[in-house]
Design a protein around this ligand. Sequence first.
Ligand SMILES: Nc1ncnc2c1ncn2[C@@H]1O[C@H](COP(=O)(O)O)[C@@H](O)[C@H]1OP(=O)(O)O
Ligand SMILES: [Mg+2]
Length: 450
Amino acid sequence: MCAKRPRTPPTSTPINTNINAVLFSLAVCLGILFTIAPYLAPCFVDFLLLPTTTTTLLLHRASVSVCSYRVASAIPFARRFCSNSKLQFSSRAGSRTMASGGAYARERRVAELAVQRAAVLTRAVYSSRVKGTVTKSDASPVTIADFGAQALVFSALDKSFPSDNIIGEEDSADLRENNDLSSLVWDAVSTALSASPGHESDLGSVTGQGQMLEFIDKGGHTDSATGRVWALDPVDGTKGFLRGGQYAIALALLVDGVVQVGVLGCPNLPGLNEGEEGVLLSAIRGQGTVVKPLSGDLDAAEPRKTTMNAITVASEGGFCEGVESGHSAHDVQARIAGKLGITKAPVQLDSQAKYASIALGRGEIYLRLPTKMTYEEKIWDHAAGSLVVGEAGGVVADMYGRPLDFTVGRTLRENKGVIAMPRQIAEEVKKAVLDVAVEHYGPPPPKSSL
Ligand SMILES: Nc1ncnc2c1ncn2[C@@H]1O[C@H](COP(=O)(O)O)[C@@H](O)[C@H]1OP(=O)(O)O
Ligand SMILES: [Mg+2]
């Protein structure tokens, strides 16, 4: 697993940096002019009239110190001015990329392309008889598709954002012990690379089996709270993938523990047009959620804005839940649905395809109540999906109504359970869930003692 990596250098282009610098200087001058003007008057009086008297000396000193205070306060003024004008400055986490589409446009584009390329691989493995399934130490399955997709996405992150940190679900330990499996993964990676040429300047390539293993191991970062950190689930819902159900490729960028970009590729969800399969959803904080077909030229595809169904009472809606009864408590979810007056049968879907579905308005509520209180949800299972729903007009919280806390490492240990719903019914749903959760699991544990 990789060690902590250096802080991210600015990723903006030199042109943007220069424009920012000029505008910033202008704003500083403006700030100085407006804020010190009233204080210059005493200095003039002082100079013209009685330069030697004690009174004017005091006046003079006061003017000078007020002026220096005002000059200092002109800097934050300029920062605020520029940030209101959507200009970016280096933050604690390194600067955001500005492209024609706004902040994080480059991150979103690279993430979309990387997820699309990974989907070429997962689709090939999905329809192949050989999946190379092995069971991990936590008894969950992993396949050629999980390893291969992780290698492809990490090669893209390494190429485009080499200083960013990465948290990924998989590592290469099983492959290093099993050369046959490793060769199968390499076959899948090299086939996917030949099947999806182009964009090498953004996505890079994987030159051999050794480099593939190195890429797979780039996801061992543990600090989710500091700087720029990508979180990837290369095949979310591996059980669904193996069963022929839904799965998702989920990639998110966290900056100082806040999800800023989320991309979900869902190869098995119905597409946007008749007969099409697969959707690619992406969200940037503050900019909404958009959807494109998962296949085809992403740069040419017109992003379609998507919003959740804005129902005003929960009983008008339906809810979705996972297929696996070991991953969420179907009985508790049914109780909550009953309490909300929901009469529709639950829609069961594997993976973050549930977040995608409700963000597309193909359902309203997502309930994920724990089967055991000791389970800690993983950040790669929720980072991308929660932003995609949040930016489509939804609210995501835990079963006690607390916002998801992505700052505490590779898991969401400060949260229990996950719920998502349209903003309009958030309070109603949160209350019903809280009532049932307290009854069933007990009161919310205090923070940091979970
Ligand atoms: N006991 C559990 N409770 C909640 N989620 C779980 C549990 N065990 C595994 N998972 C995770 O559920 C996710 C799939 O969600 P869903 O059931 O909604 O499709 C997987 O990422 C899986 O993680 P993992 O990949 O580590 O097994
Ligand atoms: Mg997962």
